[in-house]
Design a protein around this ligand. Structure first.
Ligand code: FCB
Length: 456
C-alpha cells in the first residue's frame, strides 16, 4: 500500500455520487484507431509520413490499419453503448476532409464517414464530443511549413468551417485542439512525434499558432453551430519540487511555466508568462497584434487530460529553464509507461487550476493507463491494475466535485487498445482488448468494472 492509497482514495466510487447529467465517456483519436489510411480519398498525414522514418516508431509499425475502426465502427459503437457511456470523444482526420490540407471544396466521402459515425452515436444514445485536431496534420501543409507557418491557420479555419457546417446540426460539443504542448514540444522540440523536428524556437512558434488556431476556430464554431459548447483540451501536470530546498521550488515554478502556465495563462487572458518569456530571449515566438485577444476568447469548458505528476529539480545549465524532471523512485507506484500513479495529483491539479484561473467548467477529456495485460487461456483479459487505476481516479474526481469545482465529465482513455504514437502497438490503454491479428475485440476486466459502475 502506498501513501496515495488512503481510504478516501479507494472508497469505491458510485455513479450516484456524481450529478445525473455528468458525462461518462471513452475517448479515441482518428489516427490511433481508424486505419484505412487511403480510403475514400484520404490524403497523407504527418503521422503516415513519420511512421515511414526508420526508428521513429518503437515497433516499426504505423496507424495504416490500427483497429480498422474506419470499417468496424458500428461494432465499436455497440461496444461503447454496452459499456453504458453517455458520451464519446473522437477526432476527425483533417486529411479525410481536405486531402491536400486545403482546397476549393471538402472531400464529400470524408465528411460522409463522420456523418455516419455521428448518426451511429446518436442512434445509440451517446453524445458525440468531436476533437478537430488530434495530431494528424495533412502532409502537404507540413511541406509548406506546418504549424510553424502562419498560413496553416487559414487552412485550419476553412477545415473547421467545413466540419462544423456538415456536422453541427448533430454535434454540439467541440474540442478545437488536443494537447498543444505535445504538438509543439514532442513534435518540434524533442522530435519523438510527427513531424520529428528538434528545434525549440520552432516548437514555441508552433505552440503559439496552435493556441491561435483554437481562438480563431471559436467564432467559426459559434457561427455555424449556435448552440455549440466549445473548448480546448490541454495536457496538464501537477508539479512539485523534487527536494525541500528553495532552488528546487524555483525550478519547479520555471518548469510549470512552460508545461502548464504557457498554455493556461494566454487562454485566460494573461498573455505568456513573463518569467519564461524573459528566459527564452530570441527563442520567443512572434506574436502579432490581436493574437492574444483571439486566444483568450471565452470558451464553454476547459478540457484537461490528466495522467501523472512531475517532480522537478534545479539543474543549472540544463536547457533554457535550468530545470530537470526527476524520475520517481522505485517505491513509487507506476504504470507500464513508468508514469507515476497519483490519483491525489488529479485533485491537486484541479484545485490549482480552479484557484489560479477560475476557468470555465472542467471536463476530464482523458485519463487512463497502460499495463501489460494478462490474457488467460480462456480468452479473458485480466487487467486488475488498470481497473484499480480507473477506480481510484474516478474516486479522485468525486473528491474534486466535493471541493466545489465544476467538473462536468470524465472520459477514459481509451475505448480500445490502439496505436500509441511513437510506442506503436506496444502500449495498450484500452478498456477493450484488440487482437491486432484478427481485429477481435474483448472486454477487459477494467471495461467490466466501468460497465458495472455506469449501470449501477
Ligand atoms: C495523450 C494523447 C492520447 C493518448 C494518451 C495515452 O497524450 O492525447 O492520444 O496517446 O496520451
Amino acid at each position: 500500500m502506498t501513501r496515495a492509497d488512503s481510504t478516501r482514495d479507494t472508497a469505491a466510487p458510485q455513479r450516484r455520487d456524481f450529478p445525473p447529467d455528468f458525462r461518462w465517456g471513452c475517448a479515441t483519436a482518428s489516427y490511433q484507431v481508424e486505419g484505412a489510411a487511403h480510403a475514400d480519398g484520404k490524403g497523407e498525414s504527418i503521422w503516415d509520413r513519420f511512421c515511414t522514418q526508420p526508428g521513429a516508431i518503437r515497433d516499426g509499425s504505423s496507424g495504416a490499419v490500427a483497429c480498422d475502426h474506419f470499417h468496424r465502427w458500428p461494432q465499436d459503437l455497440d461496444l461503447a453503448r454496452d459499456l453504458g457511456v453517455n458520451a464519446y470523444r473522437f477526432s476527425v482526420a483533417w486529411p479525410r476532409i481536405f486531402p491536400a490540407g486545403r482546397g476549393a471544396a471538402p472531400n464529400a466521402a470524408g465528411l460522409d464517414f463522420y456523418s455516419r459515425l455521428v448518426d451511429g452515436l446518436l442512434e445509440r444514445g451517446i453524445e458525440p464530443w468531436l476533437t478537430l485536431y488530434h495530431w494528424d496534420l495533412p502532409q502537404p501543409l507540413q511541406d509548406a511549413g506546418g504549424w510553424a507557418a502562419r498560413a496553416t491557420l487559414d487552412a485550419f479555419a476553412a477545415y473547421v468551417d467545413a466540419v462544423t457546417r456538415r456536422l453541427g446540426d448533430r454535434v454540439k460539443r467541440w474540442i478545437t485542439q488536443n494537447e498543444p504542448w505535445c504538438v509543439a514540444m514532442l513534435g518540434h522540440h524533442e522530435g519523438v512525434h510527427a513531424p520529428g523536428r528538434r528545434d525549440l524556437a520552432t516548437a514555441l512558434q508552433v505552440a503559439h499558432h496552435v493556441l491561435l488556431s483554437h481562438g480563431q476556430a471559436l467564432p467559426i464554431i459559434r457561427a455555424n453551430v449556435p448552440d455549440a459548447l466549445a473548448g480546448i483540451t490541454l495536457s496538464l501536470h501537477p508539479i512539485a519540487p523534487a527536494g525541500p530546498g528553495a532552488a528546487d521550488a524555483a525550478a519547479a515554478f520555471r518548469h510549470d511555466g512552460l508545461r502548464n502556465r504557457w498554455f493556461l495563462d494566454p487562454l485566460h487572458g494573461r498573455g505568456y508568462p513573463a518569467d519564461v518569456w524573459q528566459r527564452l530571449g530570441a527563442l520567443a515566438p512572434t506574436v502579432l497584434p490581436g493574437d492574444l485577444e483571439a486566444i483568450a476568447r471565452p470558451t464553454d469548458f476547459l478540457g484537461i487530460n490528466y495522467y501523472f505528476p512531475e517532480h522537478v529539480a534545479d539543474a543549472p545549465g540544463h536547457g533554457v529553464l535550468e530545470a530537470r524532471v526527476v524520475e520517481p523512485g522505485a517505491e513509487v507506484e507506476r504504470t507500464g509507461f513508468g508514469w507515476e500513479v497519483a490519483p491525489d495529483g488529479l485533485v491537486r491539479l484541479l484545485d490549482r487550476v480552479q484557484r489560479d484561473y477560475r476557468p470555465a467548467p472542467i471536463v476530464l477529456t482523458e485519463n487512463g493507463a497502460t499495463y501489460d495485460d494478462v490474457v488467460t487461456p480462456d480468452g479473458r483479459i485480466h487487467d486488475a491494475e488498470r481497473q484499480r487505476y480507473l477506480q481510484r481516479h474516478v474516486a479522485a474526481a468525486r473528491e474534486v466535485l466535493a471541493r466545489g469545482i465544476a467538473l462536468q465529465g470524465y472520459f477514459a482513455w481509451s475505448l480500445l487498445d490502439n496505436f500509441e504514437w511513437a510506442e506503436g502497438y506496444l502500449r495498450r490503454f484500452g478498456l477493450i482488448h484488440v487482437d491486432y491479428a484478427t481485429q477481435q475485440r474483448t472486454l477487459k476486466d477494467s471495461g467490466l468494472w466501468y460497465r458495472d459502475f455506469l449501470r449501477a
